[in-house]
Design a binder for this molecule. Structure first.
Ligand SMILES: O=C(CO)[C@@H](O)[C@H](O)COP(=O)(O)O
Length: 234
């Protein structure tokens, strides 16, 4: 008799987009002190998305300030040109967008060959079928809950069935792979995403706008996600 997989631990993964860019090292330390599980760097090249953010050197300059893992979400037009730089900068996880390369299988394989863990991201309009043949290559699948490019956007709740579809496909194949959501996630939206099967929770604006501070925001979002996960699996 097959048994349901045990619930996956909830991880809180802050985006540093809302942080003070003049003090990124200190901001990373504050996030680590607040109890986050890893830090997400939203890498944007002004081509794949209409915004420009962090090069590898910026991330490398923050690496020694904290011990939590770094993940780089490559919102870039040609990720293959940049993979080595972000791995060398100290990113433990490198996420490539399914839409950003015609040879996604090769790109994800290269990330692991370089010594990092691979992730694949899906924009809101991209179906799960776009990644069904690479799920064995990744440590995580990121289901974007906004159109990428900017923080502070409204959560897209119609992505929740897609989260559930990814989770079900991974469980059906017995793959030990996390599901991440990113965009507009906060106290009022995290429950739907976690109940649908997301266990990596990216939050940026919601963490920084909590009047009780980062530690409270991290704990609050984590507890809401765990309650929703457990309510969905009982
Ligand atoms: O990745 C993106 C946009 O590309 C954002 O979703 C940020 O990573 C987090 O945004 P908020 O939590 O502030 O909505």
């Amino acid at each position: 008799m097959s048994t349901a997989p045990s619930p996956r631990p909830i991880s809180i993964v802050p985006s540093v987009l809302p942080a003070d860019f003049s003090r990124l090292g200190e901001e990373c330390r504050a996030l680590e002190d607040a109890g986050v599980d890893r830090i997400q760097w939203d890498v944007m090249d002004g081509c794949f998305v209409p915004n420009l953010t962090f090069g590898p050197d910026v991330i490398a300059s923050c690496r020694s300030h904290v011990s939590v893992p770094f993940e780089a979400q490559l919102m870039v037009a040609d990720p293959d040109l940049l993979l080595e730089g972000y791995v060398d900068a100290g990113c433990d996880v490198v996420i490539a967008h399914a839409e950003s390369t015609i040879h996604l299988h090769r790109t994800l394989t290269k990330i692991t060959d370089l010594g990092a863990r691979a992730g694949v991201a899906l924009n809101p309009a991209t179906p799960v079928s776009a990644v069904e043949h690479v799920l064995d290559l990744v440590d995580m699948v990121l289901v974007m809950t906004v159109n990428p490019g900017f923080g502070g956007q409204a959560y897209i709740p119609t992505m929740e069935p897609k989260v559930a579809e990814v989770r079900a496909l991974l469980d059906q194949r017995g793959l030990d792979v996390d599901v991440e959501v990113d965009g507009g996630v906060g106290p009022d939206t995290v429950a739907g995403a976690a109940a649908a099967g997301a266990n990596l929770i990216v939050a940026g604006s919601a963490l920084y706008r909590d009047p009780e501070g980062l530690a409270h925001a991290v704990a609050d979002i984590r507890s809401r996600a765990e309650a929703a996960r457990d309510g969905a699996t009982t």
